[in-house]
Design a protein. Structure first.
Length: 310
């Protein structure tokens, strides 16, 4: 930390997300930023979108300008901030995270234009087994809070017959293995909970035969995404023939949808805060365990000690 007029200058934080143009998603990101400002009083917090396309669409659609990560860093530098954490808001350390880490490394390697005293990346939500266990524990309250009044009335009659299927994004990067690890941990804790992804394996079509064999006739769909943006609204809960909701309905399931992103859970957000604090304390140098995470099978069998998500 540098000192100015005898006082220690607070570090800056850049919250780097892929981006969204959906009002619900933007509101969620603004909520995250406010929670960070409360958690780190005195620290300037900037929101940044890594996607050029999302930033351009948002500007065209709503007239809203959101910084790129580099622009956000430039803004903090112009305001005299010399210690910064670039906190990834990605779920796994895939391509987006590694591009972000590469930017941080390039600036740390002697960029004269933005000469920070210290600059560190904050790890994404999942970087190893411990994170998966914490996320699984944090999901319980979020899932319970998503119930509607009608769900609360008949949940007892359908206990054990409703599968909770979470939709993750998935990636072609080796970090996709963390979704498999997360699915295994989640299913070990909640016998009726399953995690599939849009771009990884398994997807919703691969899960359907197992759901049928296990006797589930109802499915609650929830996003395993930080915010409920376009993927949640269209790919998961949309009315189009290729949405997960439509695919399940065509296969005879009664489907409910919940549009609550992970960021709405204080337990999930606390893990991001933990990663930011670790980066501030210089402990973010460890590599994410994505390459070594075991691709365990997502079996449907239940066992003793498992809980049921209602």
């Amino acid at each position: 930390m540098n000192e100015k007029n005898g006082k220690e200058k607070d570090p800056g934080i850049v919250l780097a997300a892929f981006g969204t143009v959906e009002p619900t998603g933007l509101a969620a990101y603004e909520s995250i930023q406010k929670k960070y400002e409360r958690a780190f009083p005195g620290s300037p917090v900037r929101l940044a979108f890594t996607s050029n396309l999302m930033r351009d669409r948002l500007r065209e659609k709503s007239g809203i300008d959101v910084h790129s990560p580099l622009a956000a860093l430039g803004n903090l530098h112009d305001h005299g901030v010399e210690d910064v954490v670039v906190q990834s808001l990605q779920v796994v350390p895939g391509d987006e995270f590694h591009r972000l880490a590469a930017l941080v490394q390039s600036l740390r390697s002697g960029g004269e234009r933005l000469a920070f005293h210290s600059l560190a990346p904050g790890l994404p939500l999942l970087s190893g087994l411990e994170d998966c266990r914490l996320v699984s524990a944090g999901l319980g309250p979020l899932l319970a809070a998503s119930k509607s009044g009608s769900e609360c009335e008949d949940s007892g009659a359908n206990r054990g017959k409703t599968a909770v299927v979470l939709m993750g994004h998935g990636t072609g990067h080796p970090a996709d293995s963390l979704y498999t690890l997360m699915a295994s941990v989640l299913h070990a804790n909640y016998e009726n909970a399953f995690l599939c992804t849009l771009e990884g394996f398994p997807g919703i079509r691969e899960l359907i035969p197992d759901l049928k064999r296990s006797g589930f006739d109802r499915v609650k769909l929830m996003p395993f995404l930080l915010v409920a943006g376009g993927h949640a609204l269209r790919d998961m809960a949309g009315e189009g023939p290729d949405s997960w909701k439509s695919i399940l309905q065509m296969n005879g399931f009664e489907v409910e949808t919940s549009l609550h992103g992970l960021a709405e859970s204080d337990g999930i957000l606390s893990l991001f805060l933990k990663h930011t604090r670790a980066a501030l304390q210089g402990r973010a140098g460890r590599m994410p365990e994505s390459a070594g995470a075991s691709r365990r099978s997502r079996k449907m069998e239940t066992g003793p000690g498992k809980k049921l998500i209602e």
